[in-house]
Ligand binder design. Structure first.
Ligand code: KG4
Ligand code: ZN
Length: 332
């Protein structure tokens, strides 16, 4: 069953064709990142205008690359939220028009859920049930997934998202945007044990909080901490490495706690931050020690893309779900 996926939740415009929830025939991603860089973050109005301009060409390209015709498609799927309202509306309106014009069903998909589904495309597929962690620029959530339509949220961030904290720390350290890859690169030359940051303090042990550590880095860099407490000055690489290590350790501690509480032996991770090599290495080591299987998507499917949308939509459609033309975009 061939499904078209459309994803426009943030700064990417993506369209993909996926067969029966697993085989990716095409996955075109166009990003407006370069237009946002000088502002140090995504400007919603720029993102949605670029999406409006590119969505037709991106979809044409995805159909062409799949080797199929529009008439071969059996379902149109689209990210309906959470995300930026203007951006989501571009994708949702486009998908509705296609569904109506081709007389085929429409399926709205939750963006955060689709991130962990990236692990089910083209490779070894984890068995159900599993614990899932999504770490992206906008979300940090833990789930217990009994089935694709039975997803229980166990915890989420109470303030900044994990990727957002990388972006903010990158800004504090004078790096560019997006910050995650730049912090990772800088951290390679630093000592992860040099500074003792903390990343905790939530009522629910499965919730997350990242704004405190960002402020701690800010205070350290601006000299408020090391001067008053007599610390020697550390290099920017040490700060990046210590920050990254603390964040990864918090993610590991909470994710494996969730596995213990739900008695699952599988941990499935998705989202942009999973591109981080240190995170992958540390999660794999921790999983081995605990006898848990840990899954990551290929790096190309960590960032926002429409293949994960089309894949997840198949699972919902198979269970009898579909959306009407009254499908709306939801920001959270
Ligand atoms: O999933 P994604 O593409 O978009 C959202 O749905 O938010 O994630 C983007 C986020 C950004 O915050 C970016 O800094 C972060 O993922 N990121 C990384 C790395 N690559 C991207 N964070 C840490 N290490 C990386 N290598
Ligand atoms: Zn995302």
């Amino acid at each position: 069953m061939y499904i078209l996926g459309i994803e426009t939740s943030c700064d990417e415009t993506s369209a993909a064709v996926v067969c029966s929830g697993k085989k990716v025939l095409s996955n075109i991603v166009s990003s407006s990142l370069n237009f946002h860089k000088k502002y140090g973050g995504v400007i919603p109005e720029i993102a949605s205008r670029m999406q409006l301009e590119t969505i037709t060409a991106v979809t044409d390209e995805a159909i062409k690359e799949s080797g199929l015709q529009l008439r071969d498609l059996k379902l149109i799927s689209v990210t309906s939220g959470p995300g930026l309202l203007g951006s989501l509306l571009v994708g949702v309106s486009f998908a509705k028009a296609l569904s109506l014009g081709l007389s085929i069903p429409l399926q709205g998909v939750n963006h955060v859920h689709s991130h962990f589904y990236a692990n089910f495309l083209n490779g070894e597929r984890p068995a159900l049930p599993f614990t899932a962690l999504v770490v992206s620029g906008g979300h940090t959530s833990l789930y217990y997934v009994k089935n694709f339509d039975r997803i229980q949220q166990l915890g989420s961030t109470q303030d900044d998202a994990c990727g957002e904290s990388f972006d903010k720390v990158a800004k504090i350290l004078g790096l560019g945007y997006p910050g995650g890859p730049l912090v990772e690169r800088l951290a390679e030359g630093g000592d992860p044990k040099k500074l003792k940051f903390k990343c905790c303090g939530t009522k629910n042990p499965l919730d997350f909080s990242f704004s405190g550590i960002k402020t701690a880095v800010l205070y350290y860099v601006s000299g408020k901490v090391h001067k008053s407490q007599g610390h020697e000055r550390c290099s920017r690489a040490d700060i990046a490495a210590s920050f990254q290590e603390t964040v990864i350790e918090a993610l590991i501690q909470k994710s494996f706690l969730a596995c213990d509480l739900k008695n699952t032996k599988r941990l499935v991770i998705g989202g942009g931050v999973v591109a981080n090599s240190r995170l992958r290495e540390k999660f794999l080591n921790a999983a081995k020690d605990r006898g848990i299987n840990c899954y990551f998507p290929p790096r190309s499917l960590c960032i926002d893309n429409a293949a994960m949308v089309a894949g997840f939509a198949y699972q919902l459609f198979k269970k009898g779900y579909s959306s009407g033309l009254d499908l709306n975009a939801t920001t959270n």
